[in-house]
Design a protein around this ligand. Structure first.
Ligand SMILES: *Cc1c(COP(=O)(O)O)cnc(C)c1O
Length: 388
């Protein structure tokens, strides 16, 4: 399906709302029926009917159709956060005694889901280095029901060979799920590579303006219906119609914003490589990146998140550098208009800092929509504070 059609027309029935270009926010909790029979049919199958907005809502359904089509999936469900779009499908897929193989160090709350939450229900997880297909294969046992991927990772940028892993999983009847927040469907299509379920934090690039928290999962109709009927309806993590409307608006400019973020990132990285204070740079489309070949094979473009380290990785130098920035904001999240920085040390107790541990040294930057010079001037300000 043509991407311009998806973003501008798909799911929009303008003749039903005064031919308005922008869809209405159907801010209603419930929907009425003319006859008992219509009411009975809706109650019998909430997956099909506008009955109550914890389940279906017309504004959300416009968004769902667009997000499913972007992924090349049959259907999509939207949630009140990205982590709900990961947690709820996994709760739907697994039961006591099942086993998960997950990439190591996925998104922080995904780690907590596996370690602290699923473990309460007798579901065990093995974390493996996902850059090795062999390690994933070796971790599979007869109880394995799910292989969980996140490619690229949003701190280390580790990738997984999705086609190879999907083939291994399919041969054993194991479901695969991937967090595709980094690339969005514009730059990577896991479903086309054989992955069963694709989750995204829509808070990031889809929303794109740092003003809404939301998530999406896409997959085949049967899996989405299974997730909807029990765990989705029971946890009640549905998105508000107003937030759905903000995401529809975000989608209109997604290709432009993503391209801008990608191009500016390449420029900022080229500049950083010339700076004496910088040591390593991690970004999947960098020619020196260890999995650059796989990145070019399975990604059509690259996001604006990357990490770097300083030659002098003392706690003090990292702090002085970050504290000296004036325009690049220090905050969690990413995918909005504004460039951001987050040093790993912000999440590590001061006395636990290990200057020899790469994960501790990393400074993650997200490149937003500002002009490249505006960002490099600001980075330069930070570097001047720590020049040798
Ligand atoms: C932010 C993020 C999430 C969680 O999404 P929320 O919308 O914050 O709940 C999951 N995965 C990745 C890679 C993220 O960056």
């Amino acid at each position: 399906m043509d991407i311009s059609y998806i973003l501008n027309e798909l799911g929009e029935e303008r003749e039903n709302y005064y031919n308005a270009v922008s869809p209405p926010i159907i801010q209603s909790s419930n929907f009425t029926f003319k006859t008992v029979n219509e009411f009975r049919e809706a109650l019998a199958d909430e997956f099909k009917a506008n009955l109550y907005s914890r389940g279906q809502n017309p504004t959300l359904n416009i968004l769902r159709q667009k997000l499913a089509a972007l992924d090349g999936a049959e259907d999509a469900l939207v949630f009140s956060s990205g982590i709900a779009a990961i947690t709820i499908p996994i709760l739907a897929l697994l039961k006591q005694g099942d086993h998960v193989v997950s990439v190591e160090n996925p998104y922080s709350w995904t780690i907590k889901l596996f370690n602290n939450f699923l473990s309460k229900f007798g579901i065990a997880t093995t974390f493996v280095n996902g850059t090795s297909v062999q390690e994933i294969q070796n971790a599979i046992n007869p109880a394995t029901k799910l292989i969980y991927l996140e490619s690229p990772n949003t701190f280390s940028y580790d990738l997984q060979d999705m086609e190879a892993i999907a083939a291994i999983a399919k041969a054993r009847g194991i479901i695969t799920m991937a967090d595709n927040s980094y690339c969005t469907p514009l730059y990577q299509k896991p479903i086309k590579m054989g992955i069963d379920l694709v989750a995204q934090s829509a808070t990031k690039y889809i929303g794109g303006h740092s003003d809404v928290v939301a998530g999406v999962v896409t997959g085949c109709k049967a899996l989405i219906k299974r997730i909807f009927e029990h765990e989705f309806m029971n946890t009640g993590a549905s998105l508000s119609p107003h937030s759905a409307w903000l995401l529809i608006r975000g989608l209109r400019t997604l290709p432009l914003r993503l391209q801008r973020s990608f191009e500016t990132t390449a420029k900022v990285i080229a500049w950083l490589k010339l700076q004496l204070q910088v040591d390593k740079i991690l970004w999947p489309f960098d020619e020196d990146f260890k999995q650059a070949e796989l990145a070019k094979k399975q990604m059509q473009g690259c996001g604006g998140l990357f990490s770097f380290t300083l030659k002098d990785s003392s706690l003090e130098k990292i702090e002085t550098f970050c504290n000296g920035l004036q325009h690049i904001l220090m905050a969690v999240s990413w995918g909005g208009h504004e460039s951001l920085i987050i040093p790993s040390i912000a999440g590590i107790p001061v006395n636990e800092y290990d200057a020899d541990n790469l994960r501790h040294q990393l400074i993650r930057m997200y490149v937003g929509l500002e002009a490249p010079d505006y960002l490099t001037d600001d980075l330069n300000r930070g570097f001047n504070n720590i020049s040798f």
